[in-house]
Design a protein around this ligand. Sequence first.
Ligand code: FAD
Length: 348
Amino acid sequence: MIGAGQAGLSAAHHLARLGFAPGSGFVVLDADARPGGAWQHRWPSLTLARTHHVHDLPGLPFPPAGDDVPVADAVPAYFAAYERRFALPVHRPVRVTAVRRAGDGGFFVEASAGDWTARAVVNATGTWTRPFVPRYPGQELFAGRQLHPVDYRGAAEFAGQSVVVVGGGASAVQLLGEIAEVATTTWVTRRPPVWREEPFDPEAGRAAVALVADAVREGRSPGSVVGVTGLVVTPWVRAARDRGVLDRLPMFDRLTRDGVAWDDGRFVRADAVLWATGFRAALGHLAPLQLRGPGGGIRMDGTAVVGEPRVHLVGYGPSASTVGASRAGRAAAVELRRLLHPDADLSR
Ligand code: FAD
């Protein structure tokens, strides 16, 4: 198992439940120094109230916590308790640098703390370590600061500045709302945002996930689940919209030394450009396996890679949400038990 976020911990829990011995039957290698997956790195103002919902891990509910508690505190505490409760064999900090095929149908796993051999690999490395920033003309000329949400620590550092926020997702909207309280902001997105006035219902959620699942079945890049759900209008978003903070401009054509410019002559001076433009799956260590097809993505059948049933990707594509990751962990464990122990009783 590679990665101890929501997806990795869920898979580890189910592997143990299905009879794989923690420590000898499976181990979890995690690059972070502490429990918490990507949540431990999220900006301090991202409180539980401002997330969509952090789904329970299997077998231990998320303990009640105040709405104002930062996720970067609450989720790592929960994951740490979870690892202890189920005695999960997490080794950290251990960064996997390459996974290669071994002659016997298994794998060599090269890591910062030595090498491992494995009969199967469950990859649960998320996206946080691969922030995505698109290329735009003039990026190298811009004299101000360019940053991604992974670098964001709070609005205070932008006080009195002019900040351009790029991106049509939930992070862009949230950070705009905060930064606009202390700075002048401009919001640019490639497409007009799709606002979802009603709370997100399960049926719409399933439809959104199905779109991403189709993409990975066909070997296309997955995109993000959140990207196809639209932007939920919470009371907080409505207030920002009423203040005019969420009036959006189309994407600029280039950056200049001191701002961003459109071909029609428009120009906005900027001290900082915040690229809230998403993430890609952190799969570089799997490159030696050459899993990517001509569509640029990895063809998947459930959580297994097509043609490589001993490699499972959890928290990837349609399972890139806390609920999806929890379910994918179970699916991968069940499949691996079937594959590696075909005579076992699967009623558990
Ligand atoms: P992660 O939590 O990223 O964990 C991956 C783990 O893998 C990390 O511990 C990392 O150290 C480890 N790792 C990475 N590379 C290596 C390597 N090479 N070797 C060893 N270990 C490695 N989802 C929701 O359901 N609700 C929300 O409200 C929500 N809010 C979000 C807000 C933001 C700002 C973002 C970015 C995402 C949000 N999501 C939300 C998505 C959700 O956080 C993830 O889909 C979910 O947590 C699944 O996590 P994961 O286990 O796949 O990955």
